[in-house]
Design a protein around this ligand. Structure first.
Ligand code: PEP
Ligand code: MG
Length: 540
């Protein structure tokens, strides 16, 4: 029995055998050939087959998870078609007489390094993609079935980290848990696991490796503990915990459809945070009363150029329709800091979290902002839509944003395009400045939603991306709670409502405090909705 400690990235307990997904190229042997022409032919044939596979995956993923999730496969197909990439492989085959698979692996490693070295986060994430699509070509060349495509038994999936295209293919019913050697709690794997309610532990280090494949394993996604080769007593204890976990999930069903009302009669709305259309289905499945935060920036992050009005309209309209009349609060573009898209050509900054981001970008680029606002207003004809502005610090920013919104509405009127003229405009309170002058800001907007993730980072001066500062990141800090209380009071004094859409909203230990403060709405990840509802209904 071996105990490994990592970071709990998604709660829940699981027990099962490990399926270690090794990424082939890291273990590929150098093989030399003597017929470059036929080797180039092998490469081109494998590339063509990979393109067919990617096309099929795009179609099946779009059907299963929505169009946005399938875009990744389109990016992979584009990479395979890239002239520089093809030439780099062919040069290695011709010049160095490398086998096709070895030439692909060397090219992938070189391209991935180039991507990783770039300043822009969006380009850095492309490193994982070029490795992933190259692995696909290599697997075809060496006749290996992709692990995620042959996953038949429920297993605990392990790897260095998972590429986004891999997680998109995982079947929820066959994935007991995810464990990784590297990764951070903000990584794609962690977010995917939390949204899909799959227990996950990340950052286990090198003690987890290929030799663990097939071993029995216990995963505790809350504490971050992973036990390899558990003894009988541990297995029995885990079975007991699994039984309780199952009971809890069944018990949660009792709360479906009921309002989150305490025993003394106070009601709080429970909404969902989403990042794409697929999440909207999950929100409905998990009994969300509405969408409290649609992180629209994912529409921008998945693209290589600004998404046009029609693309955005399609996404916002779909979410509004899926929610069938329930409110959908669309946060305008929150690019910058940790969320970078190369085509924005943002300057590199000493302190990006304090830099050009979110609403600041929109106010400096009104045309980009207007395209998004037009799409949101047009979507308002199909459901109950609201607009939320991120990273506000001063009233003038809100006043200017509202002026731009009025211009957009005037344009729509002139073109006789349908929209709801009463779309509410609210702000995220996520800077200490906004919380402190919330009495002034409340006079300008229809609602507040407190973004505790950024509010904590800016109030405690703790970089949210820096995991070595975990000890200093006290999310229950009195300063944060006072700012929340003050913001709620100022909202109510001015006749508007106030919610919380940061991670703290899902913390069951604070549900009572938030209700006592008078918070009107909590917006949380879809799997956190029913547990929170249970917690609220048990409060007296
Ligand atoms: C927040 O800052 O609390 C928030 C919800 O926004 P994000 O996490 O997307 O910055
Ligand atoms: Mg934020």
């Amino acid at each position: 029995m071996l105990r490994l400690n990592g970071k709990g990235a998604s709660p829940g307990v699981a027990v099962g055998r490990i399926k270690f997904i090794s990424h082939t190229m890291e273990f590929l042997e150098k093989r030399l050939i003597d017929d470059p022409q036929s080797e180039i032919g092998r490469f081109e044939a494998a590339r063509a087959l990979a393109a067919v596979e990617l096309g099929e995956l795009a179609v099946s993923t779009a059907a299963k998870l929505g169009k946005e999730s399938s875009l990744l496969f389109e990016i992979h197909a584009m990479m395979l078609d890239d002239l520089d990439y093809r030439e780099a492989v062919i040069t290695r085959i011709k010049g160095s007489k490398f086998s096709a698979e070895y030439a692909v692996s060397e090219t992938a490693i070189e391209f991935a390094k180039d991507f990783s070295d770039m300043d822009v986060k969006y380009m850095q994430t492309r490193a994982a993609d070029v490795l992933d699509v190259s692995r696909r070509v290599i697997d075809i060349l060496i006749g290996k079935k992709r692990e995620s495509e042959v996953q038949s038994e429920p297993v605990i999936l392990a790897s260095q980290d998972f590429a986004p295209s891999e997680t998109a293919q995982f079947e929820r019913d066959r994935t007991l848990a995810l464990i990784t050697i590297g990764g951070s709690t903000n990584s794609h794997t962690a977010i995917f696991a939390r949204t899909m309610a799959i227990p996950a532990v990340i950052g286990l280090g090198e003690s987890l490796d290929e030799k663990c494949d097939g071993q029995m394993c216990v995963v505790d996604g809350s504490s971050g503990l992973v036990i390899l080769d558990p003894d009988e007593q541990t297995l029995n204890e885990t079975q007991e915990r699994l039984r309780k976990q199952k009971e809890l999930i069944e018990e949660l069903e009792k709360f479906r459809g009921l309002p989150a009302t305490t025993k003394s009669g106070k009601t709080i709305k429970i909404f969902a945070n989403i990042g794409n259309v697929k999440d909207a289905h999950l929100a409905v499945k998990n009994d969300a009363e509405g969408i409290g935060l649609f992180r629209s920036e994912f529409l921008y992050l998945e693209k290589t150029d600004y998404p046009d009005e029609e693309t955005q309209l399609a996404a916002y309209k779909s979410v509004a329709e899926i929610l069938g009349g329930r409110q959908v609060i669309i946060r305008t573009l929150d690019i910058g800091a940790d969320k970078q898209a190369a085509y924005f050509k943002l300057p590199s900054e000493e302190n990006p979290a304090l830099g050009l981001r979110a609403l600041r970008i929109c106010l400096k680029n009104p045309e980009v902002f207007k395209t998004q606002l037009r799409a949101i207003y047009r979507a308002s004809a199909f459901g109950q839509v609201a607009i939320m502005l991120p990273m506000v610090a001063s009233p003038w920013e809100v006043i200017r944003a509202k002026e731009i919104a009025s211009e957009v509405k005037k344009d729509l009127d002139q073109s006789q395009i349908a929209y709801d003229p009463k779309v509410p405009i609210g702000i995220m309170v996520e800077t200490p400045a906004a919380a402190i002058i919330s009495d002034l800001l409340a006079k300008e907007v229809d609602f507040f939603s407190i973004g505790t993730n950024d509010l904590t980072q800016y109030t405690l001066a703790v970089d949210r991306q820096n995991s070595s500062l975990d000890d200093f990141c006290d999310t229950h800090h009195e300063a944060i709670l006072r700012l929340i209380g003050q913001t709620v009071n100022n909202a109510h004094a001015n006749g508007i409502w106030c919610g919380i859409c940061g991670e703290l909203g899902a913390d069951p230990r604070l549900a009572e405090t938030f209700i006592e403060m008078g918070v009107d709405e909590l917006s949380v990840t879809p799997p956190a909705i029913l547990p929170l509802k249970k917690r609220v209904r048990e409060l007296s």
